[in-house]
Design a protein around this ligand. Structure first.
Ligand SMILES: [Zn+2]
Length: 318
């Protein structure tokens, strides 16, 4: 004891302080790196990842994202998503379906093709499917018809639905309602609606998927206030990056100081080093869960754990 004091020179207290700060930082890093998250929606078939997918997947792992669902949004994209799962077994999973934007590409053989893709164990959901009356890239009547076929298919194969909805809440509720007695579990991914809409989806038994969209929600009755009011029970919440989209701009002036303070250095370092508006990555997920937990005023470990358990339950990951 006396010996080490002598060796430490005449300012042992300062050194001790430095050591303990370092120690605290290490412990914080360990806690942060012990995240065990599931990104339930990343568009890793996007050409933006074609050059460095290995690094993207490796970074996600380092950040604590242990499983990623690669979104299928067209027949081609769903095939490619399934192919990626073979390259990263146990880490990547896929969904198979046709996005409402691409509903107009539906042909008679799509039903059987998606069914065939969904017969693989790595393909854990039907979708992304649904309704997008915001952009209307496909005519609304075609969207509804193609969506209904995919819900039918999910019922037939018994795999969960990965749903997309923009400005089409009533029709989404109406179509899902037709299948209510036999519908498999479903998640409304990248939810951006109102509290009444969230409550309706929850009442129907759906899970709610949240992304980095949170940062730009400015409405009085949107995702932020839904979280602040605690309207989404923890056992119905899922998290996703929707990468390369939905970059969480945590520097944005719309984010209150207390939320910014809740973000850990480690999570921010992944976000700031690797993610941009042009290309978000699954390694942004820790920042998203920290932001969600801060709005919910709950410990981030609790939210992380709950969302992971929900994903395992919903998609049947091992
Ligand atoms: Zn979507």
């Amino acid at each position: 004891m006396a010996d080490s004091k002598t060796k430490s020179g005449n300012n042992p207290v300062k050194i001790a302080d430095n050591i303990s700060e370092l120690k605290i930082k290490q412990i914080e890093d360990e806690v942060a790196s012990s995240y065990l998250l599931v990104d339930i929606g990343a568009n890793l078939t996007n050409s933006k990842y074609s050059r460095d997918l290995d690094s993207v997947v490796e970074r996600a792992k380092d950040a604590g994202v242990k499983k990623i669902m690669v979104t299928g949004a067209s027949v081609q994209c769903s095939k490619e998503a399934l192919r990626l799962t073979r390259l990263y077994p146990g880490m990547l999973y896929s969904s198979a379906g046709i996005h409402p934007h691409d509903a107009k590409t539906w042909t008679d053989d799509c039903y059987d093709t998606i069914k065939e893709l969904a017969s693989n164990p790595e393909c854990v959901a039907i979708g992304e499917c649904g309704l997008d009356f915001n952009r209307n890239f496909s005519p609304q009547d075609v969207q509804m018809e193609v969506f209904e076929k995919q819900v039918q298919l999910a019922c037939e194969v018994g795999k969960p639905l990965f749903l997309h909805e923009r400005d089409a809440h009533d029709d989404m509720v109406r179509i899902l309602g037709k299948f209510k007695d036999r519908m498999p579990p479903a998640v409304l991914h990248c939810f951006t609606g109102t509290s009444a809409q969230a409550l309706k989806y929850l009442e129907m038994g759906l899970y709610i998927g949240l992304t980095g969209f949170l940062w730009k929600d400015k409405s009085d009755d949107g995702v932020r206030s839904i979280l602040e009011k605690g309207l989404i029970p923890l056992d119905r919440l899922l998290i996703e990056t929707d990468a390369p989209f939905m970059y969480p701009n945590v520097r944005g002036s719309k984010i209150p100081a207390n939320i910014k303070q809740a973000l850990s250095d480690r999570s921010l370092s992944f976000l700031n080093r690797y993610c941009t508006f042009q290309r978000n990555e699954p390694c942004a997920l820790p920042v998203i869960v920290e932001m969600i937990a801060a709005y919910m005023k709950r410990p981030v470990e609790e939210v992380a754990m709950a969302t992971t358990i929900n994903a395992i339950k919903l998609f049947g990951f091992s």
